[in-house]
Design a protein around this ligand. Structure first.
Ligand code: HEM
Length: 418
């Protein structure tokens, strides 16, 4: 443990915490999203941000865009990048590297600009093809049905812990080639690391996160060694025979775990919460489980798991009504874009039959468009069909707990009963 580093980081954390609360109390819409009542229902804040002149200048120093058109422009325009001109984290205070508070985890190519991004994305993409994902369907169906059968037998359960999380964790472990014996530790460390993705709030959380990252990297490093000696038909073996360094390969494998499981777990949870709250959509899905694909798209539009992404230009760029100076952070509110009334009629209503539902930005766009979108769609569709077919009267029980994160709009617990 480095004491001097801890003192500096601790002081910055305190400033960020009190500054964030003060700005939220003073009415800054972006920071309000971390607090009640807006954390439970962000609709008024999203509307306020969309209706403001774009981009909206948050008092936290970032520019915010919240309309569908401008969010799409930001993620598609190649002049907007994910690192500052010195190579640092967006909004960070570390020159030329990752800021441990804002970017505590190495997110491999998700945090890189071309040409490095292009090279690493290709390396994974050449194995992780749509055909390979389609071939996973029998495994996903078998798992989802077993989880849903067990849950239905219990009658009362926490959707997050019992169904929504074990499904994507098991699938990503199978993709990477993590042996069954290591899967539980893999899931535990993955969960701990994913919880820190949106930034950390305390030194204790940072230390816990550092320990979990070290353990996860150890496990993946051991797996890589083993696959170099004895390759199998999995992604780590594919990476092992490519021309990539050990650290680089471990970061790639960790990215797939981290990008893939909390997000997919959140998709399933948010879908069940939205549809059972509105009742009609859940009954409609139970009567026709084949409409689960529609439920996935409508959930991604209505309650996007990843609420925003951020970019910065390296030159002055005109965006909406402002010139954006180099290194200014622009937040694209993907969740608010899904509720844009200029694209979706009655956007705050969950409607399985909505014709525009797939017109969302929940998987971002441009060169960072989610590499796992086909897998997320497959897992979401299969899980929702399995749940609705077995539990047509599923409903919430008291005790739901939301995760306090600007990035990931999700539940820590969602108790439900049949
Ligand atoms: C519902 C579930 C998911 C959602 C909502 C989601 C959302 C996103 C978003 C918004 C981005 C881009 C962020 C940006 O533009 O800065 C992204 C990138 C990415 N996602 Fe997903 N994701 C999901 C599931 C998955 C799964 C299952 C995997 C893989 C197993 C995955 C792997 C990735 C990777 C590797 C990237 C980085 C792409 C790049 O930088 O080129 N995601 N995801």
């Amino acid at each position: 443990m480095d004491l001097r580093r801890d003192v500096t980081l601790g002081a910055r954390l305190a400033v960020m915490r009190t500054g964030g609360l003060a700005l939220a109390l003073a009415g800054d819409p972006v920071l309000r999203l971390l607090y009640r009542p807006w954390i439970d229902d962000p609709t008024p804040v999203q509307r306020q941000l969309r209706e403001a002149a774009q981009p909206y200048a948050s008092r936290s120093g970032v520019l915010v865009v919240a309309t569908h058109a401008l969010c799409r422009d930001v993620v598609r325009d190649r002049r907007f990048l994910v690192r500052t001109r010195s190579g640092g984290s967006l909004g960070g205070s570390v020159e030329g590297g990752r800021d441990p508070l804002l970017e505590p985890v190495d997110l491999s190519f998700l945090g890189m600009d071309p040409p490095e991004h292009t090279r690493l994305r290709r390396l994974v993409g050449s194995w992780f093809t749509p055909a390979r994902v389609a071939a996973l369907e029998p495994l996903v169906v078998d798992l989802a049905e077993r989880l849903a059968d067990d849950a239905a037998r219990r009658g009362r359960f926490d959707l997050v812990a019992e169904v929504a999380t074990p499904l994507p964790v098991t699938v990503i472990a199978a993709i990477l080639g993590v042996p069954d014996g290591d899967a539980a530790a893999f899931a535990r460390w993955g969960r701990a690391v994913a919880a820190g993705l949106g930034g950390v709030r305390s030194l204790r959380a940072l230390h816990r996160l550092d320990a979990a990252i070290a353990e996860l990297r150890g496990l993946l490093g051991g797996l890589l060694e083993q696959r170099r000696r004895d390759p199998a038909d999995d992604l780590v073996s594919h990476l092992a025979v490519q021309d990539a360094g050990t650290e680089e390969t471990i970061s790639l494998a960790a990215l797939l775990l981290l990008a893939g499981f909390e997000t997919t777990s959140t998709l399933v949870t948010n879908a069940v919460a939205a549809m059972t709250d509105a009742r009609e959509p859940w009954a409609q899905l139970a009567a026709d489980p084949d409409s689960a694909g529609d439920a996935v798209e409508e959930t991604l539009r209505y309650d996007a798991p990843i609420q925003f992404t951020a970019r910065t230009p390296h030159e002055t760029v005109r965006l909406g009504e402002r010139d954006v100076a180099p290194d200014t952070v622009v937040m694209a509110m993907l969740g608010a874009a899904g509720r844009d009334p200029s694209v979706h009629t009655d956007p705050d209503v969950f409607d399985l039959d909505r014709p525009t539902k797939a017109d969302h930005l929940a998987f971002s766009g441009g060169i960072h468009f989610c590499l796992g979108a086909p897998l997320a769609r497959l897992e979401g569709r299969v899980a929702l069909a399995a749940l609705a077919a077995r539990m047509p009267t599923l409903h919430r029980e008291p005790g739901a707990v939301r995760r306090r994160s600007l990035l990931l709009r999700s539940y820590q617990r969602l108790p439900v009963a049949t």
